[in-house]
Design a binder for this molecule. Structure first.
Ligand code: IMP
Ligand code: MG
Length: 173
């Protein structure tokens, strides 16, 4: 069994997601918005965020593989599942679970911007970039967290723990 240390409670997450949704609602008043979730980690965050955004909203998904070990990204992104909606001329926000090295989001942003969306922003619930001493590329970020491996609220370790309603640091020793 992996040992866990709680990092963010269900209440803290829900409060912050509501703040992000309010910010996005305000930023996109009078404009149609397309949220593109990055599977699978986004599924809980996107479901909560989308239901709290007040506006003309569409939702689609991509799934990417980043050719890494289970704990480290290689940065080489391959699209396993592409969007079903044409994003040209749309206001798009990519919705991710976590910005770790930032490589996945950097590549995804490049891949999608070629398709000429009207605007393209990126939202992630969590970021480790500050802890890594790097600059975040996010337009919307829920929490800056320490550079530790976390699970829950959609995030997995070897496909486990995605359904936890809170976020915990995992240490398997
Ligand atoms: P990046 O390319 O290094 O930013 O990593 C991107 C992907 O790695 C994320 O979308 C997650 O799926 C996964 N990942 C990175 N850090 C964690 C973590 O702490 N827990 C679970 N998954 C993570
Ligand atoms: Mg993942």
């Amino acid at each position: 069994m992996d040992s866990m240390r709680p990092l963010l409670t269900e209440e803290q997450i829900q409060e912050r997601v509501a703040e992000l949704a309010a910010q996005i609602t305000q930023d996109y008043v009078g404009r149609k918005l397309l949220l593109i979730g990055v599977l699978k980690g986004c599924f809980v965050f996107l479901a909560d965020l989308a239901r709290k955004i007040d506006g003309d909203l569409s939702i689609d998904f991509v799934q990417v593989s980043s050719y890494g070990t289970s704990r480290q990204s290689s940065g080489i992104v391959q699209i396993l599942l592409d969007t079903g909606i044409n994003i040209e001329g749309r206001n798009v926000i990519i919705v991710e679970d976590i910005e770790d090295s930032g490589l996945t989001l950097k590549h995804l942003r490049e891949l999608l911007s070629v398709r000429k969306p009207k605007s393209l922003r990126v939202c992630a619930l969590l970021s480790k970039m500050k802890a890594r001493g790097q600059e975040s590329q996010l337009d919307y970020v829920g929490f800056e967290i320490p550079d530790e491996f976390v699970v829950g609220y959609g995030l997995d370790y070897a496909e486990r723990y995605r359904s936890l309603p809170y976020i915990a640091v995992i240490a398997n020793d």
